[in-house]
Design a protein around this ligand. Structure first.
Ligand code: F6R
Length: 241
């Protein structure tokens, strides 16, 4: 693992955006695995600025998002489809037909998961951006005694719903279920870019990066991947040596 700590979120976000820009300069048709939540918004902001400055084009790239809430339509302001349009897609030159999102409104969610896995198999991810949940989840792969490899439906843990309640009017409005890429798909990415910010994540960062590899901390499985880049702000990295 290649771990870098940054003095400011600003520098961290710029560095992450530069990694995407370098990949796309080298391979314009790269497949990007993208995340939502509060962690990546600054990175997407930097990407948009670089795009506006003519330094970054998504024109030939493909994207896959990690996850989506079950039961929220794409027009709902807390759906991850809405988030991606708002924070990135509406501001860059990515082609709509190259964007891959999970449909949390699909009548047949199992079929939706298989559709996603087939698309992923055809377009392997070159770089997968990940945030980290307080309980060690990546994507919406929650701690459990076993984990699933492929895209699947997941029951969100109470702590995840509580953590995400800040985006909703109340915790009851946070959907109870989501669809998520599985750990197997995440680990198939050529490069994984794990980004973590904030003092409240310091303990789980330490556990995930230096603790035992266990399904009870899904992010600990990243220790088995050959190319993981970890970008931390000082607060998130404060418990590491
Ligand atoms: C988002 C995702 C989640 C978040 C994680 C951290 O697509 O898959 O794993 O990355 O819950 O969320 P934030 O960044 O809001 O702390």
């Amino acid at each position: 693992m290649n771990i870098t700590q940054f003095n400011s979120k600003e520098e961290l976000d710029q560095h992450a955006a530069e990694l995407f820009a370098a990949l796309l300069a080298h391979n314009p048709q790269a497949t990007l695995g993208l995340a939502t939540g509060s962690t990546p918004t600054g990175i997407y902001e930097k990407m948009i600025k670089m795009h506006q400055a003519g330094r970054l084009s998504f024109n030939e790239a493909a994207t896959f998002n990690l996850d989506e809430y079950v039961g929220l339509p794409p027009g709902h302001d807390q759906s991850y489809a809405y988030y991606m349009n708002k924070y990135l897609f509406n501001h860059v030159d990515v082609r709509r037909e190259h964007i891959h999102l999970l449909d949390g409104m699909a009548d047949d969610l199992a079929a939706e998961c298989s559709r996603y896995d087939q698309l992923l198999a055809a377009k392997p991810i070159d770089i997968q951006l990940l945030g980290l949940g307080h309980n060690g989840h990546i994507g919406f792969n929650e701690p459990d005694h076993s984990l699933q490899g492929g895209t699947h439906i997941v029951e969100l843990k109470a702590e995840t719903r509580e953590a995400n309640a800040r985006f909703f009017e109340s915790v009851d409005q946070v959907p109870a279920k989501a669809v998520t890429m599985g750990i197997g798909s995440i680990l198939k990415a050529d490069t994984i870019l794990l980004v973590v910010k904030g003092a409240d994540k310091a303990e789980i960062v330490k556990e995930a990066l230096t603790g035992p590899i266990t399904t009870e901390c899904p992010a600990s499985l990243l220790q088995t991947h050959a190319k993981v880049i970890v970008l931390l702000d000082r607060e998130a990295g404060r418990l590491l040596d």
